[in-house]
Design a binder for this molecule. Structure first.
Ligand code: GCB
Length: 658
């Protein structure tokens, strides 16, 4: 047996029982987690925390000066933006690209400036024991933030949140409103994620003076702006900075290993309480780290695998501290799903039961708002996924809003969480600076998403040019680092079917392969799919003996375009591709194929080009979320798969519930 010593270390006293081994594993795993200096807890209201959403209209100005640098040269942050030149209204959150009729703004490259004045409750200012934090959910890509003309933070990269404490600055002049200025630059270079290059066109016969373009190597529109909510929130001066949970179970007992990190004081008293959905306390502790034991545990199950999917407990952390001036009390409630994830060489196990991914790849993309967070769209997409019988999606090709992951937690939709490592095609993007940034982004991603039960796997990149010589070391470092950050989740990297690009494969837990047989290869030749797809699976499995997910497959279909026999770009051709792939999936899922994710859930915007007719049309839904014929094929299949592989109670079985 083991017993816990005061310092949280385990000492061997007697031979181990199975539950104790489980606990030991939990401790080892959480101790191995590489925690970052500061947490990035989702801002939630509580009895000690207030929120002020800054969504709505901001003042906006694009810096159209030739070097895009006038805003910095003339210090636009020092005064009201309207005093620097012409400004327009801009909604936040939203991409700015499709908001006006101005094509130069749609295709703009460089710095744009946002500004908003805020009045906050007086007690936020007068009470020096209150921290006021400014949080940006995400902005594309590089951002600099000022408050009342003073720089408070900067952040490299989109898709992930960043924060700055601004209370002391606001207190400098409590009488005036607080002016928040955010400059955002969407320029992509060889060292950003995703990478890109700026090309200056110097031929005066062909191009105007100073002409340049942004080259990108990925297939979605390079939307930019402030994409997720900006808000102010408060905490006491002594506060819960981070919480990490790792879960396990044995028979009907659940284990939640947790670690709370406190900032602002050397000592604090903590009370940690785990509540069930009905608000009953099921376990509690007074330690900053430990294991909560849950009797008669209700596990977190994926949608269609259990009659009660997405069960969440709530871990309430109550902090009390004091200094010579005051006492502090902070309360933070974290949703917790108790589940396990394991991978064998032929299976993906959730709660020790085989899980088959029948899901979709998505984009954060829609008309007008571009990549801006939009609740009606989010809820519609979840309704469509559930209608389809999809149990999972991959956040192709970047981290999605945390609000979306919270929906996944609650609805039991399983997530492969991908970082923005897409379009790494140039050998110069495998250098040290690129790798260092990629590692930072993985740190930020894991820090943000580590506690979501819906997130079952990390994806470090999509289709990099991994045949290039430096790729092997690059991906070894990246994948090893990610596993050290979070030893509880498998890691993958998405490859195309070209075996020369398998440099990440030796290090990943699951092989994810994208292929477009009869589309990019042998276009129009549907008859090649069975042989080529079969060979793809046999080769990858033969070489690595790891389970495989078909992480992308599909064909463009312009809605309403028909032809029989099928021709490319018609709905019939998309159907035929899907059916042909499905035949092989049905053979291989009996062996080692553990999932299939259609490319794509919905049509999405791309850069203009000769292969794209106002965007990528591989959606089974249109961009406006109307089904194409392929959606019905997939729906039929996914419900059949759910009935075969899931544990559906009879009343949900397709088609009676639909
Ligand atoms: C891919 C990419 C994805 C593209 C898709 C396509 O392999 O991963 O970003 O959109 O192909 O439709 O070309």
């Amino acid at each position: 047996m083991y017993r816990l010593t005061a310092g949280g270390n385990w000492k061997i006293l007697l031979p181990l029982s199975l539950p104790m081994l489980r606990l030991l594993w939990l401790f080892a795993v959480l101790d191995a987690v590489l925690l970052l200096d500061t947490g990035m807890l989702f801002p939630r209201e509580s009895s000690s925390r207030e929120l002020k959403e800054l969504s709505g209209l901001w003042v906006f100005r694009a810096d159209k000066s030739p070097n895009r640098n006038q805003g910095f040269e003339r210090a636009w942050y020092k005064s009201r933006l309207a005093e620097t030149g012409p400004v327009i209204d801009m909604p936040v959150p939203a991409s700015y690209n499709d908001i006006t009729q101005d094509s130069t703004l749609r295709d703009f490259i460089g710095w744009v400036w946002y500004e908003r004045e805020v009045v906050v409750p007086a007690r936020w200012i007068t009470d020096e024991g209150t921290r006021v934090v400014l949080r940006v959910g995400s902005a594309h890509y590089n951002s600099v933030v000022w408050v009342n003309g003073e720089k408070v933070t900067e952040h490299a990269g989109g898709h992930l949140p960043f924060e700055a404490e601004i209370g002391s600055l606001m207190r400098k002049d409590p009488t005036r409103p607080c002016r928040i200025t955010i400059a955002v630059n969407n320029t992509l270079t060889l060292e950003t994620l995703p990478p890109g290059t700026i090309q200056h066109m110097n031929d005066p016969i062909k191009y105007p003076d100073g002409y340049f373009v942004q080259n990108i190597y990925f297939d979605f529109f390079n939307y930019a702006g402030i994409h997720r909510p900006v808000l102010l929130y408060t905490t006491p001066k002594v506060y819960v900075d981070d919480i990490t949970v790792v879960t396990d179970f044995l028979d009907n007992t659940g284990f939640v290993r947790y670690q709370v990190s406190v900032k602002g004081a050397a000592t604090a008293t903590l009370k940690v309480t785990l509540m069930d959905k009905d608000g009953h306390c099921v376990a509690s502790s007074n330690e900053a780290s430990g294991v909560l034991k849950v009797v008669d545990v209700k596990l977190w199950w994926p949608y269609l695998m259990h009659e009660n999917p997405g069960y969440l407990y709530s871990m309430e952390v109550h902090l009390m501290a004091a200094d010579e001036r005051s006492t502090y009390e902070d309360v933070y409630a974290l949703p917790v799903g108790i589940r396990t994830v394991k991978v064998t060489n032929t299976q993906f196990l959730i709660n020790n039961k085989p899980f088959y991914f029948h899901g979709v790849n998505k984009h954060e993309d829609s008309d007008i708002r571009g990549k801006g967070l939009d609740w009606p769209l989010i809820v519609k997409d979840f309704n469509l996924m559930k209608w389809l019988g999809a149990n999972s999606f991959r956040t192709s090709h970047y981290p999605y809003a945390e609000e979306i992951l919270q929906m996944c937690d609650r609805h039991g939709i399983v997530v492969i969480d991908e970082c923005p490592g897409v379009g790494i095609k140039d050998i110069r993007s495998f250098g040290n600076a690129s790798l260092a940034h990629h590692l930072d982004v993985m740190d930020e991603l894991v820090r943000r998403d580590k506690n979501h039960p819906s997130v079952v796997m990390w994806s470090v990149a999509n289709e990099p040019a991994a045949e290039m010589q430096p790729a092997a070391l690059y991906f070894k470092t990246l994948i090893t680092h990610t596993k050290a950050l979070d030893p509880t989740r498998p890691v993958t990297f998405i490859t195309d079917s070209n075996y020369a690009r398998d440099k990440g494969a030796p290090y990943v837990d699951v092989i994810c392969v994208n292929s477009y047989f009869s589309w990019y290869h042998d276009p129009g030749h549907l008859e090649v799919i069975p042989i080529q797809l079969n060979a793809q699976f046999e080769n990858w499995y033969g070489k690595y003996q790891k389970p495989i997910i078909q992480s992308e497959y599909g064909a463009d279909a312009v809605p309403g375009l028909h032809s029989d026999p099928p021709m490319m770009f018609t709905e019939e051709y998309q159907n035929a591709v899907l059916r042909s792939y499905h035949d092989i999936f049905d053979q291989k899922r009996k062996q080692y194929v553990i999932g299939e994710l259609i490319w794509n859930f919905a049509d999405f915007m791309t850069a203009q080009g000769i292969t794209r007719v106002v965007g990528n049309k591989k959606g089974i839904f249109t961009r406006q979320r109307q089904p194409k014929a392929g959606a019905f094929i997939l729906k039929e299949r996914y419900w059949r798969l759910a009935n075969e592989t899931g544990r559906l109670p009879p009343w949900t079985k397709y088609p009676c519930s639909l």
